[in-house]
Write a protein that binds this ligand. Structure first.
Ligand SMILES: Cc1cc2nc3c(=O)[nH]c(=O)nc-3n(C[C@H](O)[C@H](O)[C@H](O)COP(=O)(O)OP(=O)(O)OC[C@H]3O[C@@H](n4cnc5c(N)ncnc54)[C@H](O)[C@@H]3O)c2cc1C
Length: 444
C-alpha cells in the first residue's frame, strides 16, 4: 500500500521504518523546514529497545547508548539515598532487552538514516493544513495535495489530525508544570570531588522533592560524554510560551535549597532549555470513521513525562500497526487492521498515562507526614518487590511495562484470529451437515 505519515518525529520515523520493512511504500510529510535536533536525553526502556533492535535501528544508535545500572531515588535537600531500583540487570536478564539512555539528536538521526536507507521519502517545509479523511488526502501550506491508501498521523502533541479524528477541537491540557533541561560535557565537572560519582557512574539519579524533581544521567555523545539534567517544577513560564532558551540563574534560584551538588553543577551552566509540560485526556478513538486515517504517538496519547514512556508508547504503536499491515497488507483488510490496532493499543497507552500521573504525585510530595511515611517505607524496602508502594520498584508493574513484547502480542492476536476462523469454518460445516441431514430426512 501507499502510506503517508504526517510528522517526522520519533513515532513518525519508527512507524515509517516498520512499514517500509513490511513492504509498503512510505512518504513522510513534515512541517519543519529542516530536521534540527532539539531537546536533551531520552530514556529507552526495554519495551521500546526490543522494537528498535528488531527493526535494526540499534545498528545506527547503539554506540551512543549508555546502560544505567539503576534508578537511585534521593531526598531533595541532601541527596540521602531512599531507594535504588536496578535497571541494567533486570533489563538484560528478565526483559531481554536493554534500558538505554541516549541523546535525542542521536536517536533521531539514527531513525532518519534507517528510514532513508529503506527508501522512505521525506518532504520538508510541508505543514499539513487540511486532511480529507475519506479520500484520504492532505493539503500542505504550500498548496500541494498528497493522496494515499492510508494516512498515519504522527503530528505530535499539538496534532491537527487529532481534531479531524475526534471531529472537534482537542487541544493538549497543561499540567501546571515545566522542565528546565540542561546538557553539558561531563568533563566540565571533572575534578570536583562531590560531583565525581555523577559524572562517572551511568545511572538514573532522581532527587524527589516538594512540587519538583531533578533527574540526571550520562549520555554517550558523538564526541564526548555528556551529562543531562531535567529539573521539573511548577510552571513560571509566561502565558502562551511553550519552549524557550532561558537563563540558568532562574534555575539556581528555584533549586537553591536542594542538594548542594546541584548548585555546584549549575555554576558551570549558562543556558537552559525551558519546556512547558502538557498531557492529553484519553481520546475514545484513534481511527477516523473513514477507516483510512489513524493517529499514532503523541497525537494519539500525549502523556506526562514522569515515567519516561511517551516515546516508548509511540514506538510500541509503530510495531503493532506495521505488524498488522505486514500480515494483512491490502486495502480490503484495512478496516479490520485499523480496528485491531486501536483495540491492541488504546488501553495500554491509557494505563501507562495514568501510572505516569500517579508517579508525579508520589515523587513530588510536599514535606510532611505523608512524605515521611513514604521515605521510611522506601528506606525499609530497597530494590524491586511485588506490591511495592513505589511503582518504579513494583515487580508486577515493571513486568507489565518493560516486559511488554509487541511482537508476542501480535502473535497472540494472529493466533486468536486463526482460532476464530477455524471456529467459523467448523460451525459453517456443522450448519451444512445439519441442513443436508434435514433435507435427507425430508426426502426420506
Ligand atoms: C521533558 C520530557 C522528557 C521526556 N522523556 C522521555 C523519555 O525519557 N522516554 C520516552 O519514551 N519519552 C519521553 N518523553 C516523551 C517523548 O518526548 C514524546 O512522547 C515523543 O517525542 C513524541 O514523539 P512523536 O513523534 O509522537 O511527536 P513529536 O516528536 O512531537 O513529532 C511530531 C512531528 O510532527 C511534525 N508536525 C506537527 N504538525 C504537523 C503538521 N501539521 N504537518 C506536518 N508535520 C507536522 C512536527 O514538526 C514534528 O516533527 C519526554 C517528554 C518530555 C516533554
Amino acid at each position: 500500500m501507499h502510506i503517508i505519515i504526517i510528522g517526522c518525529g520519533l513515532a513518525g520515523l519508527t512507524v515509517s521504518i516498520a512499514l517500509a520493512k513490511a513492504g509498503h511504500t512510505v512518504e513522510i510529510i513534515e512541517a519543519a523546514a529542516d530536521i534540527s535536533y532539539i531537546g536533551a536525553g531520552i530514556q529507552i526502556s526495554p519495551n521500546s529497545s526490543r522494537i528498535l533492535r528488531k527493526l535494526g535501528v540499534d545498528k545506527y544508535i547503539e554506540k551512543y547508548c549508555t546502560d544505567p545500572v539503576d534508578l537511585r531515588m534521593m531526598r531533595w535537600q541532601n541527596g540521602q539515598i531512599l531507594v535504588e531500583c536496578p535497571l541494567k540487570e533486570p533489563a538484560h536478564n528478565d526483559y531481554k532487552s536493554p534500558y538505554w539512555h541516549i541523546h535525542r539528536a542521536d536517536l533521531h538521526r539514527g531513525l532518519l538514516e534507517a528510514a532513508t536507507e529503506l527508501g522512505c521519502k521525506i518532504y520538508l517545509d510541508s505543514r499539513v493544513v487540511k486532511i480529507d479523511p475519506y479520500k484520504p488526502s492532505m493539503t500542505t501550506k504550500n498548496g500541494d495535495t498528497y493522496t494515499a491508501d492510508l494516512i498515519v498521523a504522527s503530528d505530535g502533541l499539538h496534532s491537527m489530525a487529532r481534531e479531524v479524528v475526534m471531529d472537534k477541537p482537542g487541544p493538549p491540557v497543561p499540567t501546571g508544570q515545566m522542565v528546565y533541561r540542561v546538557t553539558l560535557p561531563a568533563k566540565k565537572l571533572q575534578g570536583i570531588p562531590e560531583l565525581e560519582e555523577l559524572i562517572t557512574v551511568p545511572r538514573n539519579n532522581h532527587w524527589i522533592g516538594p512540587h519538583g524533581t531533578i533527574l540526571s544521567y550520562l549520555l554517550e555523545g558523538v564526541n564526548e560524554t555528556l551529562i543531562n539534567f531535567v529539573f521539573t517544577c511548577d510552571v513560571t513560564m509566561a502565558e502562551g510560551v511553550n519552549q524557550k532558551i532561558g537563563n540558568s540563574a532562574e534555575v539556581r534560584e528555584r533549586f537553591k535549597s536542594w542538594d548542594p551538588r546541584i548548585g555546584k553543577m549549575l555554576e558551570y551552566v549558562d543556558e537552559v532549555l525551558e519546556w512547558r509540560l502538557y498531557t492529553h485526556e484519553e481520546i475514545p478513538s484513534w481511527v477516523h470513521p473513514s477507516l483510512k486515517l489513524c493517529l499514532i504517538g503523541d497525537a494519539a496519547h500525549a502523556m506526562t513525562p514522569y515515567l519516561a514512556q511517551g516515546a516508548a508508547m509511540g514506538i510500541e504503536d509503530s510495531a503493532i500497526l506495521a505488524g498488522l499491515l505486514e500480515k494483512y497488507p491490502s486495502k480490503e483488510t484495512l478496516p479490520k487492521v485499523l480496528m485491531a490496532y486501536q483495540r491492541l493499543r488504546i488501553k495500554r497507552a491509557a494505563k501507562v498515562a495514568t501510572a505516569s500521573i500517579s508517579s508525579r504525585y508520589f515523587t513530588q510530595m510536599p514535606d510532611g507526614e505523608k512524605q515521611r511515611e513514604r521515605d521510611e517505607y522506601l528506606l525499609s524496602h530497597p530494590g524491586i518487590w511485588k506490591g511495592h508502594m513505589n511503582i518504579r520498584s513494583r515487580q508486577e508493574f515493571l513486568d507489565e511495562l518493560f516486559g511488554y513484547d509487541a511482537y508476542a502480542q501480535l502473535e497472540e492476536y494472529f493466533a486468536e484470529q486463526d482460532g476464530q476462523k477455524e471456529e467459523e469454518e467448523i460451525s459453517k460445516n456443522v450448519g451444512m451437515e445439519q441442513s443436508s441431514l434435514q433435507s435427507l430426512s425430508l426426502t426420506a
